[in-house]
Structures are given as C-alpha cells and as structure tokens.
Design a protein. Structure first.
Length: 478
C-alpha cells in the first residue's frame, strides 16, 4: 500500500474578493496532520501547493523586504537601524526570519504531500513533477533571501556561517537545527533550483514559479557566490531566458510608467506578489501604501543619482495621504505607493517586484564584461533598457567607467524593488578606492563588512543551542 500524507484542509479559498487581486494565491491553507482528510489527487495536491505561495506577499515580504537593504544602501530611511548599520536581534530581522521560514515550511508541506502520490492520480501528464518543481523553487526562493539577509554569503565555502536549510515539514523533533557551511548553503539552494529548471513549467505569468525564474535565480546565486568559474554558466542562463522571452510572452514594457500602471499584470515580471488589499490601507496604516507614503522619503544619496533622469519622475512623485479626508501630498515612491485608495479605488494593484526582465539585461551586461567580451557588447543590454525610456545610447571607451555606469543605470531602474541595487553596491569595485561601491555611496559612515547582514534573531538565539551568532553581533543581549 502506498503511503498517504493526511491533511485536514479547511476550505482553501483560491478566489478572493474583488478588493484584492483574485489571481494571486494569498489564502493560507489551514492544514493539520490528521486522518480526517487526505491529499489524494491532483486537485487536492494543487490546493496544498497553492498554499505554499500564500506567505509570499504578506507584510514582511513587502515593506520590510523592499526597504531593508534599501535602507542599508542609503536610498531611503525606512529602518533607522539598517540605515545606520545598527541592527539588533529584534524587530525587522525577526519578522523577516519568521516569514522566510514560514514560506520554506509551506513548500515542505507541499512536497511532503505530493511526493508520495502515484503518477496515475494526476489527470494532467507531467503535472506531478511540475508541482514538485514549483514547491522546490519556492523553497529555494525563501532560502535564497535567508542567505542574503542572515548568512555570510561572501565567506569561503568552509565558513560555518551559512543558513539553516530546512527540507522537512517542521515538527518538535526538527524545529532547531544547526547552520550549514556557506558552501553547503549554496549547494542545497542550487540543487532545488536545478530541479526547478529541469521540471518547472515555462513562464506564463509573474504570479507563479517557472523554469525561467529558476534560471534567473540560479544565475544571480552563481554571480553572488563570486567564483570566476561560475560566470560563463550564469551568462548562459541569463541569455537563454532573454533569448526565449518574446516567444513566451515575457516582454519589456514600452516605459516605466506603463510597467507601474500595469503592475502585477505586466508581462515584464518574472515573479511578483500583490502587496496588500487596498481595503486594509487605512486600518493597517503602517504597511504598504501608508508605510511607503509616511516613511519612504528619498535620501540625498539616492536623489543625487536620480535627479536629471526622466525615469526619476516615473518612479517618484507627490503621493496623497491614505487617511480619509486628508489631502496632504508627500514626495514618495509612487511606483510602490501608486495612487492611493482615495484616488485609485479599492483595487489599486500594489505590487512587490521580486524580479523583472529589466534586471536580467543588467545581469547580462555585467556577465558579458566579466567574461571578457568587447566593451560595446557589454554595453548593448544597458542600451536596450535605455531605449525603452527613449534615452540615447551610452558609450564609454574605458572599462574603468563600466561599473559606475552600470550601477547608476541599475539603480535608476530597480531601486527599492528587491536586493539588486544593494548587492551590486557590494560586488562592484570603485577603481579609485579599490573598495566595493557601497563605501563610496555611504562615505559619510564608517562601514563594517560584518554589518552587511542582519544578526540572527532573538527567537533563534535564545532557544537554538546549535547555532552561533554572526560575527560582529556577539555583544547583543537576548
């Protein structure tokens, strides 16, 4: 008799009210390991997989995610502790840690339910492998950000400061685990991405995991690992997605204004989530629109990069207060705030842009330069993006000018959307100082590399005796 993992599912509502995005899988599955119900067929397997998506897009994945690294970069001051590199073991980092591992656990729940099923219970040929691939891509996605926020991803492979990799549904027996080495952290995440590349469905929209998303995430991970021998593979992965994008319907928007207007419906997005129901804007003022309106004013360093570029005014503008009958306007990131409830109605498409096609062109440019291609060849992907905004092509003759140019173009397009601008500031070297660009960008601070990641949160340090705190945070009290 084949094993069956039992789940009691309380009405997983996959459609939601018209006040939020009905396309997104945002309802959490209320499942328990009990014998009252079972994951036995394709329909119930789809339900538990859909539940694995539900945590991505909650508050911590939106405001805290999009403003954490941006505060460290100095673009905004949404988190004063991150802006000043004075992070503690409570606060934003604890919420991020929890939501990352909640997402991992949802993926593991789906895998535990789907893996034992026989192929013959699936009506759609090959769907079982696709679903397993989606779940493993979700798990890789959450572990990917755990690595960037909480592990010393730049350390040698044998460093003990990697991630806690969880590949089983959480239980009392496995809730506290040791950290992997940095090398093993990369290895385990890459294994999940390789499975997704081999088995996930092709991209159809930005609301689900896909083969192309897995390819892009793997390329980013290889690039962040910093090994020269990874660069050719990373370039091949990115180029393959770009080359096949049009045939899949994955296309650049004609302008940034069009991108932000189309929001989650944009065909430029490899992966996105809605940020919050507009119904909740006033009640949950400190999230999404209200938070961005009240908090995310642009800092001088970011403004100096954006001023004079037409794209600045597409991303930022006067945004109306979300409070009823309050007609105050504030200069804010309208690409995240959008119009606001009073102007835009109840379904204003607040979106977290996790990864979009534009970023792949910048990655391609960087990898072309790193693999020794002619400067004109490396500049072409940058100019593709500039042409979208009706800007003239940029030309340089000195390779020393390449990374300052690339950083400015990437920053102008993608700032406060994901980790891309922050990670570029750590990878790109200022030829004048020999240091990563972050030291030039934040030259008003004494920076310490140890503080480029967050400390493990109090909840983990107090109860998990198997882990050590990240270097630089030894003095924290829990």
């Amino acid at each position: 008799m084949k094993p069956i993992y039992k789940f009691f599912i309380f009405g997983i509502a996959l459609s939601v009210s018209a006040a939020s995005c009905k396309k997104f899988l945002n309802q959490e599955p209320q499942y328990l390991l009990t014998p009252e119900g079972a994951i036995t067929d394709e329909k119930s397997a789809e339900a538990v997989l859909n539940g694995a998506y539900s945590s991505i897009g909650k508050d911590e994945w939106t405001v805290r995610y999009s403003s954490g690294f941006s505060s460290m970069l100095g673009v905004v001051n949404a988190s004063a502790s991150a802006f000043n590199f004075n992070m503690t073991a409570t606060g934003d980092n604890q919420f991020l840690w929890q939501i990352f591992y909640k997402t991992v656990n949802g993926a593991n729940a789906a895998l535990s339910a789907i893996e034992p099923l026989s192929e013959d219970v699936f009506k759609t040929q090959g769907r079982k492998q696709e679903m397993l691939a989606e779940a493993r891509c979700i798990r890789a996605f959450a572990h990917f950000y755990t690595l960037l926020y909480f592990a010393r991803w730049w350390d040698p492979a044998d460093s003990k400061y990697g991630i806690i990799f969880k590949d089983q549904l959480s239980s009392l027996s496995n809730v506290y685990q040791a950290r992997l080495t940095v090398g093993d952290s990369y290895k385990r995440i890459l294994e999940d991405l390789d499975f997704a590349i081999a088995n996930a469905p092709a991209w159809k929209s930005g609301i689900r995991m896909s083969k192309q998303l897995a390819q892009a995430l793997k390329a980013k991970l290889l690039l962040y690992r910093g090994k020269q021998e990874d660069q050719a593979e990373a370039l091949s992965l990115i180029t393959d997605v770009i080359d096949k994008a049009t045939s899949l319907g994955l296309v650049l928007e004609p302008s940034l204004t069009s991108l932000y207007n189309n929001s989650w419906d944009s065909k430029e997005l490899l992966f996105c989530r809605y940020r919050e129901k507009t119904d909740d804007v006033v009640l949950a003022y400190n999230y999404t629109y209200g938070y961005n309106y009240a908090t995310l004013g642009i800092e001088a360093l970011g403004k100096s990069f954006l001023e004079g570029d037409a794209r600045y005014l597409e991303a930022w503008g006067d945004v109306k207060s979300p409070i009823t009958n309050n007609n105050t306007f504030k200069w804010a990131p309208k690409k995240l705030c959008r119009k606001g409830r009073q102007v835009g109605g109840d379904n204003d498409k607040y979106t977290t842009y996790f990864l979009r096609l534009t970023e792949l062109y910048f990655l391609q440019a960087e990898l072309l330069e790193k693999t020794g291609k002619p400067l004109a060849t490396a500049l072409e992907p940058i100019n593709v993006i500039r042409r979208r905004s009706h800007l003239v092509d940029t030309t340089i003759t000195d390779r020393n000018e390449f990374y300052p140019l690339l950083f400015k173009e990437l920053f102008t397009e993608i700032h406060i959307e994901n980790e891309a601008d922050w990670m570029a500031s750590l990878r790109f070297i200022d030829v004048n100082t020999g240091q990563p660009f972050i030291y030039t960008f934040r030259n008003n601070l004494q920076l310490e590399q140890n503080k480029f990641i967050y400390p493990l949160p109090t909840s983990e340090m107090k109860y998990n005796s198997k882990v050590d705190q990240n270097p630089g945070y030894e003095s924290l009290v829990y």
